[in-house]
Ligand binder design. Structure first.
Ligand code: ZN
Length: 141
């Protein structure tokens, strides 16, 4: 490395290697600097990596938000289903109670009919007893 290039030559701001042909301008901490192709490449990779990380962070945040929203929606739907099931259970219980009442009412009606039937039979028996007695009395005469 000659004195000339040391004093006047372009050097890469990062690695300090002399820049012979192509150089790459960068603004580093607010100042214009020049980089060799190698350092330019790693700077570009670095910038890209940072951008990618930021992008992934945003995407992850977006995904997290979506997951939370989805979960809330599912929770709401489950709550609705639960309410519907409870409503259905109530209806079924009411239907069961109504059926039970109907059965009881039918049993009461049946018992009443039986009672009436028995009373009618007794009446008929009484009348035929009376008629028999009367016939017996007639025969004796
Ligand atoms: Zn360099």
């Amino acid at each position: 490395m000659g004195l000339f290039s040391l004093l006047f030559g372009r050097r890469c701001y990062i690695c300090g290697n002399p820049i012979r042909r192509k150089y790459y301008p960068w603004k580093i901490k607010g100042r214009r600097r020049i980089l060799c192709p190698n350092c330019n490449q790693s700077m570009e990779r670095d910038v890209s990596k940072k951008k990618m990380a930021a992008f992934k962070g945003k995407s992850k945040q977006k995904i997290d938000t979506n997951v939370v929203k989805e979960l809330e929606k599912t929770k709401e739907e489950l709550q609705k289903v639960k309410l519907m099931l409870e409503e259905q259970k109530k209806l079924e219980e009411q239907r069961r109670i109504d059926a039970e009442k109907e059965r009881e009412e039918q049993a009461r009606i049946d018992a009443e009919k039986q009672k009436e039937e028995a009373a009618r039979k007794k009446q008929v028996d009484d009348v035929s007893d009376l008629a028999e007695d009367y016939l017996k009395k007639l025969k004796k005469k």
